[in-house]
Write a protein that binds this ligand. Structure first.
Ligand SMILES: C[S@@+](CC[C@H](N)C(=O)[O-])C[C@H]1O[C@@H](n2cnc3c(N)ncnc32)[C@H](O)[C@@H]1O
Length: 287
């Protein structure tokens, strides 16, 4: 029985594409490709080369076919592929993600790019979520160590798992903390991508945000509370010449830059992302 054919790779791909198209999913073909490749334990890029190949029951058992269809249904209901497969590419690594963490966004790579423009040895990542920022900084900056904190113990478990998977657990320390509440010592770089969506903007958001934890998206107020705490308390935790970098919502550049200046930061800059939207505010603590 195990050698019997169970239709071709192309058939299953078309089946998935159709199902997602009917559900109105944009990029249905690509998403079906990623989901099928994961079930066949194949590289997504190679599926196209094997469209006519008949799969055997040992390669794609009935249980495997069922699981594929369950994942397709999940995608059809709006869940992002990353949360279905438990994997998200960010910078040069793949991160495990689940419902306990924000799905890392490509926009956040600007924060990494800006951080890496100058050397650092001791960094702090506030609100680490999956750990994507802290771990990327540790991977990219030889000789650095990073303290990664979050208020969510469940998120920290994901960050720990990612630190192990990328072999940086000796360089990335993961701690429970309400912003600076349980943070000791000083750093030459502090970074954060905090929740910055105002409570009254939550209703109009893109549907895939429904799969991120609410406390990762909004402060339940005006979207600026984290910046007030971070800009006020960061100076105590920065060495002279240390940098503070935060990701922001595209309309928050001016107001967050003003908070940096009011807290005594120099060289305050608002940096745009590739789409031209304000995305990062950076400042230097002269001490
Ligand atoms: C926008 S997510 C960013 C996650 C990750 N750094 C990233 O860029 O993908 C914000 C994170 O801040 C955390 N957070 C929210 N309130 C916090 C607080 N008071 N103290 C520390 N972390 C907090 C959330 O749990 C969430 O993981």
């Amino acid at each position: 029985m195990t050698g019997a054919a169970v239709r071709s790779v192309g058939w299953w791909w078309r089946f998935g594409t159709e199902m997602l198209r009917r559900a109105g999913i944009e990029g249905a073909e690509r998403d079906a490709q990623l989901i099928l490749a994961s079930h066949l334990k194949a590289d997504p890029g190679t599926l196209r080369l094997h469209l006519d190949r008949e799969l055997t029951a040992s390669e794609f058992s009935e249980a495997g076919q069922q699981a594929y269809q369950t994942d397709l249904q999940s995608r059809a209901s709006g869940r992002p592929v990353s949360k279905i497969l438990g994997a998200r590419a960010f910078w040069n690594s793949e991160f495990y993600v689940n419902d306990d963490v924000l799905d890392p966004r490509p926009d956040t790579e600007l924060l990494i790019e800006t951080a890496l423009q100058q050397p650092f040895t001791r960094a702090l990542d506030l609100g680490t979520g999956s750990g994507c920022i802290a771990i990327t900084l540790a991977l990219e900056s030889r000789g650095s160590t990073v303290l990664a904190t979050d208020i969510s113990e469940k998120a920290l478990n994901v960050a720990r798992r990612n630190a192990r998977a990328t072999s940086v657990e000796a360089k990335v320390e993961v701690h429970l903390s309400d912003w600076f509440g349980a943070v000791d010592g000083q750093f030459d770089l502090i970074v954060s991508n905090p929740p910055y969506i105002a409570a009254d903007e939550m209703a109009g958001l893109a549907p895939d945000l429904a799969f991120d934890p609410r406390e990762a998206l909004t402060d339940g107020a005006d979207g600026l509370s984290a910046y007030r705490v971070i800009t006020a308390k960061a100076p105590k935790h920065l060495v002279p010449g240390g940098r503070l970098l935060v990701e922001i919502g595209w309309r928050q550049g001016e107001i967050v830059a003003d908070m940096f200046k009011a807290a005594g930061f120099d060289a305050v800059r608002v940096l745009p992302d590739l789409a031209g939207h304000d995305r990062v505010v950076a400042g230097v603590w002269r001490g």
